[in-house]
Ligand binder design. Structure first.
Ligand code: NAD
Length: 258
C-alpha cells in the first residue's frame, strides 16, 4: 500500500448510488472527484453535501468516448494521481426489442459499458506504476440475470461483468483489483419517483407497488439502500480485500439466489 492521501473518481456521482459512494470515500479521507454531464451550477447541492472534504467536480458526458478517457487525465492533473476508479454512471431504457430505438441502445451501452472501457484504459497504467489500485464497476443483478424489455441494459451490464473479469486477470499480479458490484433494486430518487407513478397507474397503494410490483424479484422485499453499496465499495478498497478480484458481488436481497 502506498502512503499519502488517496484519490477516488466516481462517475455519475451527483445523485443516487454514485453520490453515496463518493460521500463514503470523503468520510474516509479520500480526495474525491465527482462527475456527471450537468453544468457545475446544477450540482451545487451535491457539492455542498461534502462539507469541508476535498472534493472537485468534473463535467464530462460519458456518452462521448473521448470525454470518458479525458476525464481520468483531468482528475490526475488536478489531484496528482488516481487510486480508486468507480464506474457508476448508467441509464435505463425499457422497450420491447422490436420497438427499441437503436439510438437508445447505443446510448445505454456507451454510458455504462464503453465509458468503463475508456476510463479503465486511462486509469490502469498509473495504478500499475504505483503498484496499488482498485477498480469497481457498478453492474447490476441484470449483469447476471435478464428481465424482459431491458435488452440494452441487460446486455450492457453483462458486458460490464465480462469487462471486469478480463481486466482483473490482466492486472492480477500488479497490485490492482477489479470487481463488479451487482445490486438489486436500490432506493434512489429515480426509483422513488417510479413508485409514486406506478401507484397512480396501478391504482394501488405505494406499499403494494413496492412489495408486489417493483420488489417481486427481490426475496427480501426491501430496497437495498445506497449506503449499503457504498460500504461494500469501501470494503473492496481495504487491504484485507486484496484477494477479491474478478468477482461479480451480488447485493440484491437474494434475487440471484433463485
Ligand atoms: P441515478 O440516475 O440516481 O444516477 C445516475 C448518475 O449518472 C447521475 O449522477 C447522472 O448525472 C449520471 N449520468 C447519467 N448520464 C450520464 C452521462 N451521459 N455522463 C455522465 N454522467 C451521467 O442512478 P442510480 O440509481 O444511482 O444508478 C447508478 C448506477 O447503479 C447505474 O449504473 C445503474 O445502472 C446501477 N444500478 C442501479 C440500481 C437501482 O435500483 N437504482 C440497481 C442496479 C444497478
Amino acid at each position: 500500500m502506498q502512503n499519502g492521501r488517496r484519490v477516488v473518481l466516481v462517475t455519475g456521482s451527483t445523485s443516487g448510488i454514485g453520490l453515496s459512494i463518493a460521500q463514503k470515500f470523503a468520510r474516509l479521507g479520500y480526495a474525491v472527484a465527482l462527475n456527471s454531464f450537468e453544468a457545475e451550477a446544477e450540482v451545487a447541492d451535491a457539492l455542498v453535501s461534502f462539507g469541508n472534504a476535498e472534493v472537485r467536480y468534473f463535467k464530462a458526458d460519458l456518452a462521448d468516448p473521448r470525454a470518458a478517457f479525458d476525464l481520468v487525465g483531468q482528475v490526475i492533473e488536478a489531484f496528482g494521481h488516481l487510486d480508486v476508479l468507480v464506474n457508476n454512471a448508467g441509464i435505463q431504457k425499457v422497450a420491447a426489442i422490436e420497438d427499441f430505438p437503436p439510438d437508445d441502445w447505443d446510448r445505454v451501452r456507451a454510458i455504462s459499458l464503453d465509458s468503463a472501457f475508456h476510463t479503465i484504459r486511462a486509469a490502469l497504467p498509473g495504478m500499475v506504476e504505483r503498484r496499488w489500485g482498485r477498480i469497481i464497476n457498478i453492474a447490476s443483478a441484470h449483469g447476471l440475470r435478464a428481465s424482459p424489455f431491458k435488452s440494452a441494459y441487460v446486455a450492457t451490464k453483462h458486458g460490464v461483468v465480462g469487462l471486469t473479469k478480463t481486466v482483473a486477470l490482466e492486472a492480477a499480479e500488479k497490485g490492482v483489483t477489479v470487481n463488479a458490484i451487482c445490486p438489486g433494486y436500490v432506493w434512489t430518487p429515480l426509483v422513488a419517483k417510479q413508485v409514486a407513478d406506478q401507484a397512480r397507474v396501478h391504482r394501488m397503494s405505494e406499499d403494494d407497488v413496492i412489495r408486489n410490483v417493483m420488489l417481486a424479484p427481490q426475496p427480501t422485499r426491501r430496497f437495498v439502500q445506497p449506503e449499503e453499496i457504498a460500504e461494500l465499495a469501501a470494503y473492496l478498497c481495504g487491504d484485507m480485500a486484496r484477494s477479491i478480484t474478478g468477482s461479480a458481488i451480488s447485493i440484491d436481497g437474494g434475487w440471484t439466489a433463485k
